[in-house]
Design a protein around this ligand. Structure first.
Ligand code: ADP
Length: 565
């Protein structure tokens, strides 16, 4: 059951290789019919031409039936193709049965010229539905392409016909074709630039429109040599076949082609197209110089080039403005964030300060009260004292961090005997270790091992590491403390055999407020400030702190400080 939508997704995403069966069969039959067409005698050719065209109309109409989105586009395509087929039938009738070219204008022209607006409207509607043309940038891109292609059409297809002896109406009809092709080309460029998924149906439509334009342009270049039934017809017939096959692609294929971006991205294709538009000016000048030496169009080229320059500058100005706006918004957001961060630090600092005085007074008076209390009251007061001390140490940590954040860490340097410092920490942690049934083992290097530093702050570092090691050890566990000296450094190592820390957590261990999931799951009390403070103090002393760990086996924290001279 579940394999159907997935299978369909893969099928419609994979470009031409993933065509649906219906359109594949249609394409194969169309290609065979075109091959046969080239071999047939004139009058049979005429019939086959119309049959292929009608088959395309039928395929597009059939496809339009089961589409909810874009159904109007497909109906317009069917109507446009039908007009073209009627026109083909009329001109075929002239050429084969009356053995002459249809007059200009003839009823064939009426149908041909009606087909273009229908097809072009269909393409633009489809593009709108796919979300491709909504923004100013996309419209500017379309106009840039239109100006460049318009200049080419004017210079090579329209202007040369202006001075012929044709009647103005006839001339008007003849000039409408290049104009329609121009609009068709703009539509093709927009199709080619849309950034949704290029589904197979979508690609087929691009090919169909492309073949149509190429056929028209080649016809425009060699009108005088054109004979019905020749190779040039392959382009128009090919266009019919591809259009029909595109119509047979399932509706899903078109839904996936939707462009979901708000602003058209400046893709490589889009840049290439803008560059090509700019390069048409020198290209036209060169072509005129080498092939039309006598018939130059300086005014048209100057107008086209100026328009292009203004439009391209407008497009890039829009881009630069968008980038600037984004940058300013980002800067403002950064400033606001920094301000909020500062306000938060101020708030924490003020509150902590206000809490510290009453907490200090509580612990002081509880201590006094315990001296005179009976056994039961003393037990209660002990709980009060323990909790007040915890609160006080939290408040002290917060205040310390606020001071670190504002860069106000002051150190009182003195000569510090490290083994003595660590032994004092171990002695102070004895009650905690006893309560957790953890054994503390101290191994000290012989001789004098000292650093220059702030005794109180360094004691804070060791206390922190020892307290963590006890907290994260199992009952009846052991914590090993080692002090060593070498290479001008004093090393303090605190090693436990507790829960350990994963590699990904290890990288974030020293961040403010970071706690591992293991600590949270086991509800081990803490704030995630200890290691941040530890690292700040160690680094302020010119040292480093590092953690090594294996999950489930234990952790080892190593502090290295420059040894006193
Ligand atoms: P706290 O211990 O208050 O949570 P710390 O900054 O000291 O804050 O530690 C941050 C986190 O690092 C702890 O919450 C814990 O997840 C992890 N951690 C620290 N030391 C150890 C250790 N020895 N074993 C396992 N995890 C540890």
């Amino acid at each position: 059951m579940t394999s159907t939508p997935v299978g369909q997704q893969i099928r419609v995403r994979g470009g031409f290789a993933a065509l649906s069966r219906g359109s594949l069969i249609f394409l194969a039959a169309g290609a065979a019919a075109i091959g046969v067409y080239l071999l047939l005698p004139d009058d049979a050719q005429d019939v086959l031409y119309v049959v292929i065209g009608l088959a395309a109309v039928a395929a597009v109409l059939h496809g339009a039936r089961d589409r909810e989105e874009g159904r109007l586009s497909w109906r317009l395509f069917a109507a446009g193709l039908l007009c073209a087929v009627v026109a083909d039938a009329i001109s075929g009738f002239y050429e084969i049965h009356l053995s002459k070219e249809p007059p200009v204008p003839s009823s064939a022209d009426v149908f041909y010229l009606a087909s273009y607006p229908l097809l072009i409207a269909g393409i633009f509607l489809l593009l709108r539905g796919l979300g491709a043309i909504r923004t100013r940038a996309a419209i500017l891109d379309a106009v840039i392409v239109a100006v460049a292609a318009g200049m080419v059409q004017w210079i090579f297809f329209v202007d040369p016909n202006l001075n012929t002896s044709l009647k103005p109406f006839t001339r008007g009809v003849e000039m409408t074709y290049p104009t329609m092709d121009l609009l068709m080309f703009v539509a093709l460029a927009q199709l080619a630039l849309a950034t949704g998924i290029r589904t197979s149906g979508y690609r087929l439509l691009v090919v169909a429109v492309g073949l149509w334009i190429v056929g028209d342009e080649l016809f425009g270049l060699s009108v005088d040599d054109y004979t019905a039934g020749g190779w040039l017809d392959v382009f128009w017939l090919g266009s019919y076949v591809c259009w029909g096959a595109a119509g047979l692609e399932p509706a899903e294929s078109w839904r996936l082609a939707r462009d979901r971006r708000e602003v058209p991205r400046l893709t490589r294709g889009r840049v290439a197209l803008l560059a090509a538009a700019l390069l048409t000016v020198p290209a036209v000048i060169l072509v005129e110089h080498f092939w039309h030496g006598h018939n130059l169009h300086p005014v048209s080229i100057a107008v086209g080039a100026s328009l292009l320059a203004v439009l391209v500058i407008a497009r890039f100005a829009g881009l630069v403005r968008a980038v600037d706006t984004a940058r300013i918004a980002e800067r403002d957001a950064n400033l606001r964030l920094r301000e909020l961060d500062r306000l938060k630090d101020d708030f924490v600092s003020t509150i902590s300060h206000e809490l510290r005085t009453p907490l200090t007074s509580i612990t002081g008076y509880v201590e006094l009260a315990r001296e005179q209390a009976d056994a039961e009251t003393d037990a209660y007061l002990a709980v009060v004292e323990r909790n007040a001390s915890r609160l006080l140490s939290l408040v002290n940590d917060l205040l310390f961090v606020a001071r670190l954040q504002s860069g106000r860490l002051e150190l009182d340097y003195e000569h510090v005997d490290v083994p003595k410092l660590v032994a004092e920490s171990v002695a102070a942690a004895k009650p905690q270790a006893a309560a957790a049934n953890v054994e503390l083992r101290l191994r000290l290097a012989g001789g004098e091992t000292a650093v220059r530093g702030d005794r109180r702050r360094l004691a804070q570092v060791v206390d922190n590491l020892v307290s963590n090691a006890i907290k994260f050890s199992p009952a009846a566990g052991t914590v090993d403390l080692t002090v060593a000296r070498g290479n001008g450094k004093v090393t303090i190592e605190v090693e436990d055999h507790g829960i350990g820390i994963s590699e990904s957590d290890r990288r974030r261990l020293f961040e403010r407020f970071f706690r591992t999931q293991g600590a949270l799951d086991r509800q081990i009390p803490g704030t995630g400030l200890g290691l941040y403070i530890t690292r700040s103090i160690v680094e302020a002393h010119g040292g480093t702190v590092d953690a090594r760990s294996v999950v489930g086996e234990g952790s080892s924290f190593v502090v290295e400080l420059p040894a006193a001279p």
